[in-house]
Design a protein around this ligand. Structure first.
Ligand SMILES: [Zn+2]
Length: 412
């Protein structure tokens, strides 16, 4: 028998592993989970060197992953620097913004983040932090479309890196935003009948970009908000997948806000991932006026996506929306509009854990509290399944553990 580095006792463990949904204790060795069970089951892993944490009945969930975060901008905001041009920052400023962003993320219970970068300088900074052992959470990098050619020329594609820092998707914009009336809709805006939004890229260019990235082994994450944009993206994906059907792509649509049952069915058929930001249902509560009630029924239809079998992953879109995954869970569960699209607590948690792991090709490594997986978990002050749904937003993050390392612990 070997000793564990870390043992969590007296916990209410929500494993999200259907074979063992709840547990009381977890033992960790060399960054991985070696036992999940009752207190008695992990006793034998404890010796003098083991850090034993009695969480006194608090809830442990698999570590949250934010699948859509503008971390560098988030870090700048945390430092009260609102510099739009990240490229003009000094190396030291950039590094300190990234460190701040990571710190802010682990404080909110995140053990991983899909970090959307805008420049190679950001990638350099993240890699430097990783080499210096200063990355407190796992990073899956979202690369801007403008860097695809250079990255592909170097032979890079999705998956390069290690368990802390990995190359993720390439991100391209199909349209704009509902807020500014630039999301591309099939019919005009209800409150601005003179426009139906704008595509940021022609169908021809989108097709060729998607095909190029798909063939080069890149996961695509296409920003598409309006139904016209989503339709264009589906067309592009469909062509690329038909041409190279054996590539295990897991392509994603970011936001995919204005949908309808046909589009959802096509997303499922193509095996696409819906990358949503649950907080939008709260912060964009004006959406019914903007697109009309009939279309609004199919805006952010989280439940329908899940029912159709689409893999739904959640993110914050921080700093434009709050980074907290618990706020996201709360929003998805208690949504103020079109309540038939509300998620259960379990469904909402899965979008930040199990499904998020799938979206970065890590479903065998993380997403559940399970023997053999990374020791990534978050300790919560209350059980989101037990508190009234409206109180989920008040749950505190007590501790964030990444690879068995305590990345954050709340001061009492
Ligand atoms: Zn975004």
């Amino acid at each position: 028998m070997f000793a564990a580095n870390l043992v969590i006792l007296n916990a209410n463990v929500v494993t999200l592993n259907p074979k063992q949904p709840r547990a009381q204790a977890v033992a960790v060795k060399d960054g991985r989970i070696v036992a999940v069970g009752f207190n008695d089951d992990v006793d034998r892993y404890v010796d003098d060197e083991t850090r034993v944490v009695n969480v006194e009945g608090k809830t442990v969930v698999p570590g949250f992953v934010d699948c859509h975060a503008h971390m560098t901008v988030f870090g700048l905001r945390l430092q009260a620097l609102d510099l739009h041009d990240v490229a003009k920052l000094t190396v030291a400023e950039l590094e300190s913004a990234c460190v701040k962003a990571c710190q802010g993320a682990v404080e909110e219970g995140l053990t991983g983040v899909h970090w959307i970068i805008d420049s190679g300088e950001e990638m350099r900074t993240i890699q430097k932090l990783r080499l210096e052992g200063k990355l407190p959470l796992r990073v899956y990098v979202g690369v801007p479309a403008k860097l695809l050619d250079e990255a592909a020329r170097l032979g890079l594609f999705t998956g390069f890196g290690d368990d802390m820092l990995k190359l993720g998707f390439v991100k391209v914009f199909a349209d704009g935003f509902l807020r500014t009336g630039t999301a591309a809709l099939k019919e005009p805006y209800s409150d601005k009948p003179e426009t139906s939004g704008v595509m940021r890229i022609s169908q021809r260019k989108l097709n060729s970009f998607v095909l190029k990235a798909h063939r080069a082994g890149w996961q695509l994450a296409v920003h598409a908000v309006g139904d016209r944009a989503i339709e264009a993206v589906l067309k592009a994906f469909s062509k690329a997948i038909k041409k190279y059907p054996d590539i295990k792509h897991r392509h994603r649509i970011e936001h995919c806000s204005v949908l309808n049952p046909q589009l959802i069915k096509r997303m499922k058929r193509l095996g696409l991932v819906a990358s949503i930001q649950p907080h939008f249902v709260v912060s964009n509560s004006w959406v019914a006026e903007r697109v009309g009630v009939k279309r609004a029924r199919w805006v952010y239809p989280f439940k329908s996506l899940i029912k159709a079998g689409v893999v739904v992953v959640s993110g914050s879109d921080c700093p434009f929306k709050p980074v907290s995954p618990l706020l996201g869970v709360w929003a998805a569960v208690t949504r103020p509009i079109f309540k038939e699209e509300s998620l259960t607590v379990e469904e909402a948690l899965k979008t930040y854990t199990v499904n998020a792991a799938y979206a970065s090709f890590d479903e065998n490594k993380k997403g559940t509290v399970e023997v053999g997986k990374f020791a990534d978990f978050t300790v919560l002050s209350e059980d989101p399944f037990k508190v009234p749904p409206g109180k989920i937003r008040d749950i505190k993050v007590e501790m964030t553990v990444v690879g068995g390392r305590v990345a954050y612990k709340r001061k009492h």
